[in-house]
Design a protein around this ligand. Structure first.
Ligand SMILES: Cc1cc2nc3c(=O)[nH]c(=O)nc-3n(C[C@H](O)[C@H](O)[C@H](O)COP(=O)(O)O)c2cc1C
Ligand SMILES: [Mn+2]
Length: 476
């Protein structure tokens, strides 16, 4: 069994890198969430909470696992010195060579060290935090991995969908429409059957990353994790459901989501969402999972990854910008030199693309594709295209380009009614629909106008090379 790459080995690795801090005595009610927001603002170490108020020592919570570029690069198997666009591009190029690595079936694993069954199940034994001030309850699943099986194809999916404690043995699992787990669940329910589910609430960061990245429907997140880890991922068939359980997980719930009607739905949320608001959009949407078994390791660790207001996102770079970069290239846009996003969650409400302009209309074509491509569409609002001399990871440089190169009337367009996320804050509550919402896009061509590129005034700044020479000569 590949025991070397679980959450505990990752903690050991963080210790060696000096990228973890233990905090004892914090309160599950807001303090863990507040400290996690603070450490994310500083892009500081991962936080391991122990001796949590009201809980026995050893029942721990780990937050901000991937909060720095060093930590992220290390689990991606990339040079930990890479930063910004170079790190994003290194990931993009590595991902191109993705080859699924089939799982290995284990007899058992450390996750089965302790079991609670049926009437013994008591989710309050775990220190699920209240993460944000206006949250409607305790969220036990944030950095979680929800395992489902498509009843028609047999395909196993692992997705990160938040879970709120609703009772001793009940949680809600919020799988949004169109998500892979949701599609499997709908097939069971349409046939009048309960949907079997397994949820890992604390596990290795590789599987968590796989479960939260926008992988295609036919990609197995387990096989992706095996590829990332360089060894087959060990799973154990769940005693009740047969669904594959990560053998080295910290805490696993096994049970099912029965079919439901509106009268059976509990209050879910509100919850501080990734755009930075408590957009309460889940009323009448999220069903209950009946938890029949809980398996957990001795001294179990919950993986806590609350969504936080920008720029404190749990990932230090906008990883889905790599997907958009590829999609622009696949759509035939030449000379894309970089893609970046600010205010990113799944994608970016503020996307910036750098190109080397080759023909008239090149920049507008880039913006149009970026605002409609799969990786750019969810939650999108502003798309800015700049020349490749602009550092797109530096908001000051992006604003400078917008402020100086736009010939506004030609450079700014509005595209109406594009698909968006249910948590888009700027949709009027009375206009919200369970059938989904749309949002307009602002396309900003902040490139030097192509038609008179050669006459555009030169930039008043010394070259990087000249300044580097000066630094060396004058020891600045
Ligand atoms: C911390 C965190 C929380 C998330 N919460 C949810 C959620 O509650 N519901 C949801 O549909 N997606 C949520 N997502 C996004 C999904 O994990 C993401 O879309 C993933 O690709 C889903 O897996 P799937 O493509 O197999 O459906 C969350 C992501 C992260 C990182
Ligand atoms: Mn999936």
């Amino acid at each position: 069994m590949n025991e070397t790459q679980d959450l505990r080995s990752f903690l050991g690795h963080l210790q060696l890198m000096g990228e973890i801090r233990t905090i004892e005595g914090a309160d599950w009610n807001l303090e863990i969430g507040g400290l996690t927001e603070l450490i994310s603002e500083k892009r500081g170490p991962a936080l391991l909470f122990d001796r949590i108020k009201d809980y026995p020592p050893g029942f721990r919570v780990l937050t901000s696992p991937l909060g720095t570029q060093t930590r992220l690069a290390s689990i991606l198997g990339l040079d930990t010195k890479l930063r910004g666009l170079e790190l994003l591009n290194a990931w993009r190029l590595k991902f191109r060579d993705f080859k699924p690595v089939p799982v290995t079936i284990s007899e058992g694993g450390p996750v089965f060290e302790n079991t609670m069954a049926d009437s013994e199940v008591d989710l309050s034994r775990f220190p699920a935090p209240i993460w944000h001030e206006l949250d409607g309850g305790r969220y036990i699943g944030t950095g979680c991995c929800v395992v489902t099986k498509d009843p028609e194809t047999g395909h196993i999916n692992v997705g990160t969908y938040r879970c709120q404690v609703q009772g001793k043995s009940q949680i809600t699992v919020k799988m949004d429409k169109g998500k892979h787990g949701r599609m499997a669940q709908e097939k069971y329910h349409q046939a009048g059957r309960a949907c079997p589910v397994v949820i890992s609430l604390g596990g290795d960061p590789w599987l968590f990353l796989a479960a939260s990245l926008p992988l295609s429907l036919d990609t197995s997140e387990y096989e992706f994790t095996g590829w990332l880890q360089g060894a087959p991922f060990p799973v154990v068939p769940g005693p009740m459901t047969g669904l594959p359980i990560p053998a080295t997980a910290e805490i696993v719930l096994e049970g099912e989501i029965p079919p439901y009607g509106p009268e059976k739905l509990p209050q879910e949320g509100p919850f501080g969402e990734w755009p930075g608001y408590y957009t309460n959009t889940t009323v009448g949407e999220v069903p209950i999972m009946e938890v029949a078994r809980v398996y957990y390791r001795n001294d179990p660790i919950l993986l806590g990854v609350p969504t936080l207001k920008s720029p404190n996102q749990h990932l230090p770079i906008p990883m889905s910008a790599a997907n958009l970069w590829d999609q622009l290239e696949k759509a035939g846009i030449p000379e894309v030199k970089g893609v970046w996003g600010f205010v990113y969650g799944s994608t970016g409400p503020f996307t910036v693309v750098a190109i080397k302009q080759r023909y008239a209309g090149h920049a507008k074509q880039t913006a149009l594709v970026a605002c409609g491509a799969k990786a750019g569409v969810v939650g999108g609002k502003f798309v800015v295209v700049v020349d490749d001399d602009v550092d797109i990871t530096d908001l000051q440089d992006v604003i400078w380009a917008m402020a100086t190169r736009c010939n506004v009337r030609e450079a700014v367009d509005i595209v109406k009614g594009v698909w968006t996320t249910p948590v888009e804050p700027a949709v009027r509550p009375s206009s919200r629909s369970l059938r989904g919402n749309v949002m307009d896009r602002v396309l900003i061509d902040a490139c030097r106008p192509y038609q008179w590129l050669d006459e555009f005034p030169p930039v008043n700044a010394f070259s990087k090379e000249y300044k580097r020479g000066l630094e060396e000569k004058w020891k600045l």
